[in-house]
Design a protein around this ligand. Structure first.
Ligand SMILES: *[C@@H]1O[C@H](CO)[C@@H](O)[C@H](O)[C@H]1NC(C)=O
Ligand SMILES: *[C@@H]1O[C@H](CO)[C@@H](O)[C@H](O)[C@H]1NC(C)=O
Length: 803
């Protein structure tokens, strides 16, 4: 532990203040998306802020104080309705149990050399005007690592009247001030039994200081709740012997005490009805004084420019409910952006873990990637940092490899440079072997959300390689940005064919890498080698057996198998419980071969773009070999579909055919040529209501399959939006746009599928207040975790037809 601590300290001191320029450099953000509202800078150990609240209409509500997003809290919806990582955002939280609609507004303010400043406004109003809406809000600031935090305002044992001022300093943020200021019209509850006893404390801001052990600021709520409960116990002593209780707002209060060496300071306010208070964080080097007018004007201006930019970036088709659809589209995009988090900490890896059927290190496989590691047990890695979007702020508030490729498609359309920044963070996690853990559970806070048996990551396990989507999308945008002339010629950076755009209206808005050819090229070059290592890791470690079991295929190398599957699950494939063959060292997985075809193709495009000609030829030949082997190994003439391949008791190879998403993979990833005679069968399967077609989108498993809707029913029927996005992309870009016998049919299916997906996700959002992880295969109802503004937010791209 001592060693680890020293390591952390040495890491901190290597972050130079020069790298923290202004908020347009994305130092500060709502980078704690697991909280309803919380900010931190993109610095490993630093200032962390957050918000805790509860209702004071009764004593029970206190036991359900809100802090980390939790489905059990039963909020009727919470989402950033507008959000931009560089400018700020507006979030609406509907806490019906406490009869309060809370709005959090955030404004990033540039300036100085230490990451800029920000201002936040927390306001609330009753949802039902006819009922009481009594609440208590606690805002806290805690410090990890080196530095100090002081309460400047004079303390009073009965609480503080008027604004609160804190000062602090850290090596990276330098000196800063935090002020908490009430709005003009707040009311408090001051009637009822014992109001005379507590009169001196009513209407004040209460506070407490804590000395929290290093690494525990994330658990601030526990310290705060314990302190309030403890203090309430004492307050109740004052009125002992009476039959009636004092109002909860008189007793559930912080103690109004601080300690020397506090590293967590909490401030608590009580409201009756509508309220508002502001928090201003001012970096001293910015020399800017923020006030309520900054927020009034800043938020209005932000909101107007966001509307305008959204309108241009993600146009919503005309329809009778266009306005509602656009608000919905803004909300899912904003919550994806507001769901970006910064994580820092150790993770657990277990190199020793292996299933029997994965132990295939025969000489022919030349599988030497695990050399010398098999004997180690689970261990903690060194701390790592990651800026990443999160699939679900409540249920999956951490980085997921296969989700991230989809997130970055969406983020990149809004803020190209932000998507590259996040991509670079992931690329930096690729280890010397070329491996990246599929789930990034960094630090104690992240681990607190994951059951122990799922915490360890195994360095021989893969996940669908979606990250390169972000790279090819960037290349597509570069081509678009360069203008039609360059597009016709093919964009050649080396020959200087890049044309600077005339309009730079968004140059501070995340397009620097689109506008500056040198930046773009050096970025692509900087990620190329690690990506290549990653690609080679896949080819080496996930290879399938081809020469055995009498298999015939044109390519003698291209066959693949997911490692790390169990009897019932192939978690690494991302399609956890989808039916597969019984585990066998000789089985082959169609989806993985397809992903490898996709990976080869994207590597080819990147190599072409940066002029790695030899590599390009190599990737192209592997891509071709994979396309051939998809047919040679995985097409079942009997079933007229693409299938996995298993090995039976007589050591014979056979097709394992379960109609569903797996069968569609060569089509989903556009590896099936538009003139393939097999395309007709694929389209039959997906458009047949007895199988995959539903009025709500494509089902994961055929409705006629014996396992449809059974077991845990995760990938045995339910509708997933990212898979529907892949289908729509393939239809739009490949099958409806290339001449072939099925072009017209592809066009019709595209139009209808797109409408179905949009209509259902939108309808469920209106009905429930959330977008969901998946949708019921029979009814279309939202299922499982929510809000799920990870890849379900792709509906914005579907609406605006960005593929
Ligand atoms: C910081 O800002 C200054 C002036 O605005 C600029 O010249 C410099 O390049 C910036 N540094 C970084 C790392 O962005
Ligand atoms: C595919 O999307 C583009 C916009 O990106 C759209 O113009 C086109 O009509 C779509 N194709 C079909 C078949 O609808």
């Amino acid at each position: 532990m001592q060693l680890l601590w020293l390591l952390l300290l040495s890491f901190i001191t290597t972050v130079t203040p020069q790298s923290l320029n202004s908020s347009s450099s994305l130092v500060w953000g709502a980078f704690r998306p697991n909280l309803y509202f919380g900010l931190r800078p993109r610095i490993p150990q630093s200032l962390m802020t957050g918000l805790v609240w509860f209702g004071t209409q009764d004593y029970q509500s206190f036991t359900k104080a809100r802090h980390a997003c939790d489905q059990g809290d039963g909020l009727d919806g919470y989402t950033w309705t507008q959000f931009d990582a560089r400018e700020g955002g507006i979030q609406v939280l509907k806490d019906t149990e406490n009869n309060v609609k809370v709005t959090t507004e955030l404004l990033m303010v540039d300036g100085g050399e230490h990451g800029g400043s920000w201002a936040a406004r927390i306001k609330g109003e009753p949802i039902n005007e006819g009922k009481p809406s009594r609440t208590s809000f606690v805002f806290y600031a805690g410090l990890e690592g080196m530095g100090g935090l002081e309460l400047e305002t004079d303390e009073d044992e009965n609480g503080i009247d008027g604004p609160i001022v804190l000062t602090g300093s850290t090596p990276e943020l330098d000196d800063f001030t935090i002020r908490i200021v009430d709005g003009p019209n707040n009311k408090v509850f001051s009637d009822g039994p014992f109001s005379d006893v507590f009169a001196k404390r009513i209407g004040k801001t209460h506070f407490s200081g804590f000395r929290v052990p290093q690494g525990n600021i994330w658990a601030a709520k526990e310290f705060i709740i314990k302190e309030i409960a403890h203090n309430a116990g004492k307050a109740v002593q004052d009125v002992k012997g009476s039959n009636s209780h004092p109002d909860p707002s008189f007793t559930l209060q912080l103690s109004d005490e601080t300690l020397s060496g506090n590293n967590l300071l909490a401030f608590q306010k009580f409201f009756d009805g509508k309220f508002q208070f502001d928090v201003f964080y001012e970096s001293r080097s910015a020399r800017k004084n923020l006030n309520a007018v900054t927020l009034d004007e800043g938020i209005a201006a932000f909101s107007a420019s966001f509307n305008q930019r959204f309108h241009e970036t993600f146009p919503v088709p005309d329809s009778p409910n266009r306005d509602a659809l656009e608000a919905f589209s803004q909300a899912i995009t904003s919550n994806l952006l507001g769901g970006i988090g910064y994580f820092y900490g150790t993770s657990i890896i277990d190199p020793s873990f292996s299933y029997d059927w994965d132990d295939d290190s025969s000489p022919a496989e030349s599988d030497d990637d695990n050399r010398g590691r098999k004997t180690e047990g689970p261990r903690l890695t060194e701390p790592e940092a990651l800026l990443t979007a999160t699939p679900s702020r409540s249920f999956f508030p951490r980085g997921f490899y296969w989700d991230e490729g989809f997130h970055l498609l969406h983020i990149g359309e809004w803020d190209n440079d932000l998507s590259l920044e996040i991509l670079k963070n992931w690329i930096d996690l690729i280890d010397d072997d070329g491996w990246v853990a599929r789930e990034q559970i960094l630090g104690e806070e992240a681990r607190s959300k994951v059951p122990a048996q799922f915490q360890a990551q195994v360095p021989s396990f893969a996940n669908p390689p979606t990250l390169t989507m972000a790279v090819t999308a960037f290349i597509k945008r570069l081509r678009r940005h360069a203008g039609p002339t360059d597009q016709d010629l093919g964009l050649d950076f080396g020959a200087g064919g890049f044309q600077l755009p005339l309009s730079t209206s968004q140059s501070s808005n995340g397009n620097r890498y689109l506008e500056n050819r040198d930046l773009a090229l050096s970025f692509l070059q900087s990620i190329y080698q690690p990506l290549k290592r990653h690609y080679e890791w896949f080819r080496r470690t996930q290879r399938g057996q081809l020469k055995q079991y009498g298999r015939k295929a044109r390519s003698r190398t291209e066959a693949y198998r997911w490692r790390g599957r169990s009897e019932k699950h192939v978690l690494t494939s991302g399609l956890d419980d989808y039916p597969r063959a019984p585990p066998h060292i000789g089985e082959l997985h169609l989806d993985l071969l397809s992903w490898m075809g996709f990976f080869s193709r994207t590597m080819r495009e990147i190599a072409e773009f940066i002029g790695e000609e030899e590599d390009r030829l190599n990737y192209a030949s592997i891509e071709k070999a994979i396309i051939q082997n998809i047919d040679d190994l995985h097409w079942s003439e009997d079933s007229q579909m693409y299938c996995d391949v298993g090995v039976d008791d007589d050591d014979e190879s056979y097709h394992v055919c379960h109609k569903g998403y797996i069968s569609l993979f060569p089509f989903l990833l556009s590896l099936l040529p538009p003139d393939s005679p097999r395309l007709g069968s694929v389209l039959d399967l997906l458009s047949d209501p007895k199988h995959l077609w539903s009025p709500f989108g494509l089902r994961s498993l055929s409705a006629s399959h014996p396992e449809f809707g059974t077991g845990e029913n995760y990938w045995k029927g339910p509708i997933w939006i990212q898979m529907n996005y892949l289908a729509l992309q393939a239809l739009n870009e490949t099958y409806a746009s290339h001449v072939g016998p099925y072009q017209e049919r592809a066009r019709l299916i595209y139009t209808e599928l797109r409408q179905n997906v949009i209509d259902n996700v939108f309808k469920e959002y209106e009905r429930t207040g959330y977008v969901w992880e998946q949708y019921d295969a029979n009814t279309g109802e939202g299922r499982r975790s929510h809000p799920f503004t990870g890849w379900t937010s792709l509906v914005t791209l579907i609406l605006s037809q960005k593929y």
